[in-house]
Design a protein around this ligand. Structure first.
Ligand code: HEM
Length: 146
């Protein structure tokens, strides 16, 4: 897997402890922001796992990125599982900006001044890096089934 810039890696890794502490609050806030859009709400309602685990899973994924930013290859199995779930629930490439636009402000909402411009930019870069990996994997699953 390709990698992030050394500076982004250092910044994202420096937020691992904060993500451990506040990850769930961030992802809970992210869904509040995301679900203002009824189409987004519908997508998750139709996924219907209704386990209440979704913010925890996303928080876990964020924490995994923060902890392993210098070695994202360890996330390959997790990415495979997420991509399969996304395809099963009809997540499309065009949905990714809405999640970025909910996640990054949610980080700011929860962390306040602790999330300065550098941190938000680094997380933006990490999000889009991961999003590009997922989108390309999902494209393969949608078009070739593998
Ligand atoms: C980098 C971006 C993203 C990451 C890291 C991520 C992460 C995850 C994770 C960890 C899961 C749980 C997988 C499992 O069941 O083990 C998941 C499921 C899901 N994701 Fe994402 N996701 C991302 C982007 C998106 C986007 C853009 C959408 C569409 C708006 C989306 C919609 C969903 C849905 C509908 C599910 C299934 C929920 C359920 O099982 O109830 N995700 N995602």
């Amino acid at each position: 897997m390709n990698t992030l810039s050394p500076e982004t890696i250092a910044i994202v890794q420096s937020t691992a402890a904060v993500m451990q502490q506040h990850g769930l609050a961030i992802t809970t806030r992210m869904y509040e922001r995301l679900f203002v859009d009824p189409d987004m709400k519908k997508l998750f309602d139709e996924a219907a796992s209704k386990s209440g685990e979704q913010p925890k899973r996303l928080a876990g994924a964020l924490l995994a990125v923060a902890s392993n930013a210098d070695n994202l290859d360890v996330l390959t199995a997790a990415i495979e599982r997420i991509a399969a779930r996304h395809v099963a629930t009809h997540v499309k490439a065009e949905h990714y900006p809405a999640v970025a636009n909910a996640l990054l402000p949610a980080i700011k909402d929860v962390l306040g001044d602790a999330a300065d411009e550098r941190i938000l930019n680094a997380w933006g870069e990490a999000y889009w890096f991961l999003a590009d990996v997922l989108k390309s994997r999902e494209h393969g699953l949608y078009t070739r089934g593998a």
